[in-house]
Design a protein around this ligand. Sequence first.
Ligand SMILES: Cc1cc2nc3c(=O)[nH]c(=O)nc-3n(C[C@H](O)[C@H](O)[C@H](O)COP(=O)(O)OP(=O)(O)OC[C@H]3O[C@@H](n4cnc5c(N)ncnc54)[C@H](O)[C@@H]3O)c2cc1C
Length: 479
Amino acid sequence: MGLPNGVLRELKQIVGGHQVVHEANDLKIFERDGSISGALPDAVVLPADRDQVAAVVRLAARHGIPVVPRGAGTGLSGGAVTVKGGIALQLSRMRRVLRIDPASRTAMVEPGVVNQDLQQAASRHGLFYAPDPSSQKACTIGGNAAENSGGPHCLYYGVTTNHVLGMEVVLADGSFAWLGGEAPDRVGLDLLGVMVGSEGTLGTITRILVKLLPVPESVVTLMAAFPTIETASHAVSAVIGHGILPAALEMMDQVTIGAVEAHYRAGYPTDAGAVLLVEVDGLQESCGELSGEIERILKENEATNLRIAEDPDERELLWAGRKGAIGALGRIKPNYYLHDGVVPRTRLPEVLRRVGEIGDHYKLPVANVFHAGDGNLHPNILFDLRDAGVMDQVEGAGEEMLYAVVEMGGTLSGEHGIGIEKNAFMPWIYSADDLEAMLRVKRALDPAGLMNPGKIFPDPEREPRLTARAGFCAEARWW
Ligand SMILES: Cc1cc2nc3c(=O)[nH]c(=O)nc-3n(C[C@H](O)[C@H](O)[C@H](O)COP(=O)(O)OP(=O)(O)OC[C@H]3O[C@@H](n4cnc5c(N)ncnc54)[C@H](O)[C@@H]3O)c2cc1C
């Protein structure tokens, strides 16, 4: 593909010579995100501020060059992969927390602020930002907003869309738009709602106004072991069935526990079939009552080795095991393919059984570590890329697992987005008319189709095998 003549020179004029990456070897660093597919951009541009973003986007629009916004590249659905080439707009230099206002409990940040850095800045005011993806040490608030990310504590607090009050966006023609605001009611069309979760396909987020919450007075973290993943799943339903909504309710299966223990020594019993991590927060008195009630319900549902973290260090260690679980799986196989689907919570035992059967059928180990409280499962297919033909097996197994999720009344993603990983499967859950309605919004905001092309919507050019299997009808000419 390549950029038209003179464009590199113009990009360097906008952001400075050192902030444009275009040598083949250097571009390789930006080939992938956290998922399994990759494609090289023609150039990577690192703007310092919103005006530089707008100038780059205007230049790209003039020349018909695709633009792919990129945060930390931790995405798990290929969202930041430049499948159609063009410019990767790397936003990590825009990492200022512009303002924290304790009175209105809000923060205004640039998109490249790392989630954990915002947490730290907020904590100095006795506040916190609720969405806490397990990747929070690296992922950015811009990426979180674009993916509508979740995290362990989103069971109680809600996912990112519930915490974004407003944002500034550079649209596909390089113009600015401010969406939403501090007022509780949004008047006019809810374009903020449309932008959150749009995976960079509608514009580039350059500023974000987020809601902060007061740090709870008390936190209780429990760990409980179960003989099987089924018994643990029944315990999850029982807790929520009793009208209790913990702050977090996470599950790890035996494969994951083994890998995590070897690495973190978090104290998870390695002979357990599954472990649940449950957390409640709030006023000291209500936390004590709730955790007592949860303990009782878990025991009634075959929990053993029940442990309550005695101090912040022990709590930290229990969470370090959960949040570092995916990295720890590298002890079993060098590569993983992490899937993301949601089922109604009561179907968890059934879908996890099916996931296990599919793994056995393809002779691939599968580790499950997930947000059980909201039915958001994450089967990790473990493999070694050096094994001949393994990618076909891995993709085949992943597709069957997702199909099982949809068959059980679920949907294609709980938090990782659609990207290029699942766009071929969108017709499983949406009719051609539904997709066409979404595409009209896309075309209205990005008529030339330059913002992160090839994502979310089925792309007949790219994956004929998968799109054919998904029943995608190329003649519909959605694009
Ligand atoms: C170990 C691990 C654990 C994870 N755990 C979780 C979890 O618990 N919950 C969860 O939800 N996700 C999780 N993820 C997935 C990932 O971290 C999230 O999707 C995260 O929000 C991506 O942020 P990022 O900055 O890395 O974005 P990127 O990967 O760089 O980009 C993601 C998408 O956002 C778009 N984008 C990025 N910045 C902007 C912007 N400023 N404007 C417009 N579009 C933009 C990109 O084009 C792309 O489509 C995990 C990933 C890993 C590797």
